[in-house]
Write a protein that binds this ligand. Structure first.
Ligand SMILES: Cc1cc2nc3c(=O)[nH]c(=O)nc-3n(C[C@H](O)[C@H](O)[C@H](O)COP(=O)(O)OP(=O)(O)OC[C@H]3O[C@@H](n4cnc5c(N)ncnc54)[C@H](O)[C@@H]3O)c2cc1C
Ligand SMILES: *[C@@H]1O[C@H](CO)[C@@H](O)[C@H](O)[C@H]1NC(C)=O
Length: 452
């Protein structure tokens, strides 16, 4: 199926989602033969520094950046209809809402333009024999298509990766998969009658409700994609249109009006309820033959907005290792490839595991932390010191979303900062107690006099 003469190194990228399509561009830029499968699903998502850096590294940022809608902070909707905003970064940094389908299409279009790339849609991988480099695909007519002598197989086939499944059979691999007991459903908030956004489009909207939450990200067509995350029992308890409307009237009164009752009912009951899970595994590679990237290697819950960003960053790391070990425009030797892939697992697994954990924690932060006084105090404390010593104390959100500090290092620094913050809290309390005692002591003679 891939019969481009030219290069002597054949890379097969499996999966044409966000990470697979960007991987294709990376390898096509190396002038290496390509083969890929593609398809996709559609929602908007938040693109931040790591993802943007990866797009720049592949030279495709010009295509994507004009389509982004910057979001400078959180817009928090309280139960009584009031709101407040919290900026993401103190220096005005933004995360960006991006249309998944549009970005995927743009990446595939760029990939397709490369002479050496051949895209193959509507085929799914069935088996991989990593040792011989033979991959068996099946098309939608159930016909088998065999691709042989792949020099490198890149598995980018998402959270339910078949390539990973094949690795699990052919490797000693640690693997864990954990569902959180919450589901999500997507709703649409249309533009207003006058054709404008129904809410401020430069924020990520959150309706934190302690044990669950709803969020909304803007789209280019002036609508918002609204996502409701809740325990599955809560979903199960909403059975009728009336149940749903009552629940929304009580819980998200401002949103009901903006979405519209009819559309709300229609979307809620029609749209699938998605599951959310974390996948961790180790290693990510098979000798000098195959490697998994993106969700195939590390699916995470979406609460840090890092799944795609981390998957894109995988490609920066892989590309850096290629540059480090292979002189430009030469195909790697088997030995070099073995070194690259094992170094890749070594550095990437601790970072991927760290962001998987952080993503899980951030659900609690988003649904209740953002309205918790201790959280807000810590934010104030960190912002204060970050402004004065930008490298010494860096808020976790800034490290994760606005830097390329390795996730595992960000997590360690955050833990250290937690200790400092705890000291600050203790100092504050001690100061208050000492002050109270001093005041009491000063007034004691007066009190005594009054009593006598
Ligand atoms: C509700 C939600 C919100 C999210 N929000 C964000 C966000 O704000 N920011 C962020 O960075 N991330 C976010 N994510 C995570 C993000 O969607 C994923 O991390 C990202 O899509 C991973 O890309 P991928 O290419 O690895 O996998 P996918 O996008 O899942 O693509 C996998 C591709 O492989 C194909 N495939 C599957 N099986 C086979 C097979 N057997 N053979 C061949 N091909 C196959 C699929 O058709 C698909 O095209 C969110 C996820 C969810 C669920
Ligand atoms: C798997 O987990 C075990 C136990 O934590 C650990 O000793 C081992 O190094 C891990 N990795 C692999 C590839 O076996």
């Amino acid at each position: 199926m891939v019969e481009t003469a030219c290069s002597n190194f054949k890379v097969v990228v499996i999966g044409g989602g966000l990470v697979g399509s960007l991987a294709t561009v990376y390898f096509a830029n190396k002038d290496i033969r390509q083969d890929k499968h593609a398809s996709g699903r559609s929602i908007n998502l938040a693109l931040s520094t790591r993802g943007i850096e990866a797009l720049k590294g592949a030279g495709v940022d010009d295509e994507i950046i004009p389509t982004l809608i910057p979001m400078k902070g959180r817009y928090i909707h309280a139960l009584d209809g009031s709101f407040n905003t919290q900026n993401y970064g103190i220096f005005g940094q933004c995360i960006n809402s991006v249309d998944r389908k549009l970005m995927n299409e743009k990446l595939l279009t760029v990939a397709e333009k490369h002479a050496l790339v051949k895209l193959n849609f509507e085929v799914g991988v069935e088996r991989c024999d990593f040792e011989s480099g033979e991959i068996t695909f099946v098309n939608n007519k159930k016909e088998k298509i065999i691709v042989s002598d792949a020099d490198l197989i890149i598995g980018a086939d998402g959270a339910f990766s078949k390539v990973r499944q094949q690795l699990l059979r052919q490797l000693t691999m640690n693997f864990s998969q954990e569902y959180i007991g919450h589901l999500y459903v997507e709703l649409n908030m249309p533009p207003t009658k006058s054709g404008d956004y129904a809410m401020d489009s430069n924020h990520l909207h959150i309706w934190p409700r302690e044990t669950f939450m709803m969020i909304a990200l803007p789209n280019l067509d002036k609508s918002f994609t609204v996502t409701l995350f809740m325990p599955k029992e809560k979903f199960a308890s909403i059975k009728t249109h009336q149940d749903l409307l009552t629940f929304f009237d009580v819980t998200f009164p401002d949103a009901v009006t903006l979405i519209g009752r009819d559309l709300l009912v229609e979307d809620y009951f029609k749209n699938p309820k998605g599951t959310l899970m974390t996948v961790k595994c180790d290693p990510y590679h098979y000798k000098n033959k195959a490697v998994i990237v993106g969700d195939a290697a590390h699916a995470m819950v979406p609460f840090y907005g890092q799944g795609m960003n981390c998957g894109f960053e995988d490609l920066i790391v892989l590309n850096e290792l290629f540059s480090e070990h292979v002189p430009s425009n030469r195909a790697p030797t088997e030995e070099e490839l073995g070194t690259i892939l094992s170094k890749y697992t070594e550095t990437r697994k601790k970072d991927a595991h760290a962001i998987c954990d952080l993503a899980k924690q951030n659900y609690i932060e988003m649904r209740s932390g953002v309205i918790n006084p201790k959280y807000l105090l810590r934010k104030k404390f960190e912002d204060f010191w970050h402004r004065r010593f930008p490298d010494l104390i860096v808020p976790l959100y800034t490290m994760v979303s606005f830097s390329r500090i390795p996730y595992s290092e960000a997590l360690q620094r955050y833990e250290k900062q937690t200790t400092w913050f705890e000291w600050y809290l203790k100092a504050r309390i001690t100061f208050k107690v000492v002050l109270a005692l001093a005041v009491a002591k000063a007034f004691m003679p007066l009190v005594k006099k009054l009593i006598q």
